[in-house]
Write a protein that binds this ligand. Structure first.
Ligand SMILES: Cc1ncc(COP(=O)(O)O)c(C=O)c1O
Length: 457
């Protein structure tokens, strides 16, 4: 009998050399991104003022199934990849479940999350095009940290608009970004027109990803030689993140395993889209039929209570529009410790797959998420990021269901990052001060009222 190791590391030579683009295998494609000025599908040229050229191409490329990972990107990947696939033996034992639980751990780099996978690619393409600098937003801080690392590696200046609530809760994240030379600004700020407008309308706002995106886009388009980069939601980001799923599948094959259930947390959908990519390919091509489950916070329930509609990707309504599950770009979720999951919309690719019944979604309350995080930390000795702990919660719930039914299912979940900068959140959980606020239908309606009118084609 083969002894199953706790951790399976692929070798450097086994690391995939290509990303996988799910759109190439989708029976029906996600609706095209719309240029709000013309109400026509956005072209690559429409995107050039905002994104660098190669990324604009990847954004709209629905055909290329496998995309070569540039050598320069592979070189930086090799510093921290392949990432380990870990069997949660101790957690299984504690749950007394017949289920087998595996997780893919993406927190083993300085940014502490999967975000570096796309940051490297985006910084590389920008440098390759000869750009002078980049702007971005960051919610929880992981994306900003990851991009700061990547920009510093490739020698590109970076301005980061950080959602105010995270800026206040996570001062050390800011210091890490500064270590990598990034300029970090709390959003909304008075450095942009849109930021000033939001502050006048709502001076006490804790900010949101949508609002930070508006500021970062405005800054990029008004600064010569600068472009904007986004760490989630976009098709290009899901493409880069497919490395997570491709490695997971290879590692599971080595163990002669295949997941019955794949679970990931969903903010804008990038880690989930990356983790599920090759398994979704099997589903789309009829090779296998794993269940795929997205987990979102009950405080920001884009999939489970959102509308499938065209919407802006930002609060200031300056980005192109995407058809996605959305709570409306005007929706500002209650302050939640899983900062990286506080986004009003969802990846258009995942939205389409969800709409067409290829995946499921659940929403979970914050204190139940932290209960799972603490149990996981004790059993597996990794302190998870609050975002990642959403996936842990659902993986545990699925394993407990197996305990009831006696089924020996194989569960794979994405452990997207570590929570060492989230100690305010852990503290509030330990002190019994955690708030499980769930928006009312009336509150959600206010967000839906901000949806743009887009004629159906
Ligand atoms: C650790 C971690 N996990 C998950 C997410 C959610 O993002 P996405 O849905 O794009 O994977 C974030 C976003 O900031 C994050 O920092």
């Amino acid at each position: 009998m083969v002894k199953i190791p706790h951790r399976l590391y692929l070798t450097e030579d086994e690391m995939p050399r290509q990303w996988y683009n799910m759109r190439a295998d989708m029976k029906e494609l996600p609706a095209p991104m719309m240029n709000p000025a013309t109400m026509q599908p956005a072209t690559e040229e429409d995107l050039y003022p905002v994104f660098c050229k190669k990324l604009a191409h990847q954004e709209l490329d629905n055909e290329t199934r496998y995309v070569d990972i540039p050598e320069e990107v592979l070189e930086m990947y090799k510093i921290y990849r392949p990432s380990p696939l870990i069997r949660a033996f101790n957690l299984e034992k504690a749950l007394d479940t017949p289920a087998k639980i595996y997780y893919k751990f993406e927190g083993n780099n300085t940014s502490g999350s999967h975000k570096l996978n796309s940051a490297i690619a985006q910084a590389y393409y920008a440098k390759d095009q000869g750009l002078k600098g980049l702007t971005t937003e960051t919610g929880a801080g992981q994306w900003g940290t990851a991009l700061a690392e990547a920009c510093s590696y490739f020698g590109l200046p970076l301005t980061v608009y950080m959602v105010k609530v995270s800026y206040q809760q996570k001062p050390f994240r800011k210091a890490v970004m500064q270590t990598f030379d990034a300029d970090v600004i709390a959003s909304p700020s008075d450095t942009t027109e849109i930021g000033r407008k939001i502050l006048v309308e709502n001076p006490n706002t804790s900010g949101s990803l949508g609002c930070a995106i508006s500021e970062a886009v405005e800054k990029a388009v008004s600064t010569e030689g600068y472009r904007y980069v986004l760490g989630s939601v976009l098709n290009q980001v899901l493409l880069h993140q497919s490395i997570i799923g491709l490695e997971s599948k290879l590692a599971m094959e080595k163990l002669d395993e295949y997941p019955d259930i794949v679970v990931g947390c969903a903010g804008g959908g990038s880690n989930l889209g990356g983790l599920i990519a090759p398994f979704m390919q099997d589903k789309l091509t009829g090779k296998a039929n794993p269940r795929i489950v997205a987990v979102e916070p009950a405080s920001c329930p884009s999939f489970t209570r959102g509308r499938y509609a065209y919407d802006f990707c930002d609060t200031g309504k300056i980005t192109p529009m995407a058809k996605m599950y959305t709570l409306g770009s005007g929706f500002i979720p209650s302050a939640n410790h899983a900062g990286g999951l506080r986004y009003h919309g969802m990846s258009p690719i995942l939205s389409k797959l969800y709409h067409d019944g290829y995946m499921e979604a659940v929403s979970v309350e914050q204190s139940k998420v932290f209960e799972a995080a603490v149990m996981f930390a004790k059993k597996e000795t990794i302190l998870p990021a609050p975002e990642s702990a959403h996936a842990i919660r659902t993986a545990i719930d699925e394993a407990l269901r197996c305990k009831e039914s006696g089924e020996q299912k194989t569960i794979l979940f994405g452990l997207t990052g570590t929570g060492y900068f989230d100690m305010t959140a852990y503290e509030s959980y330990h002190d019994g001060k955690m708030n499980d606020y769930i928006p009312t239908d009336e509150e959600l309606q206010k967000g839906f009222d901000s949806l743009p009118e887009v004629p159906e084609k």
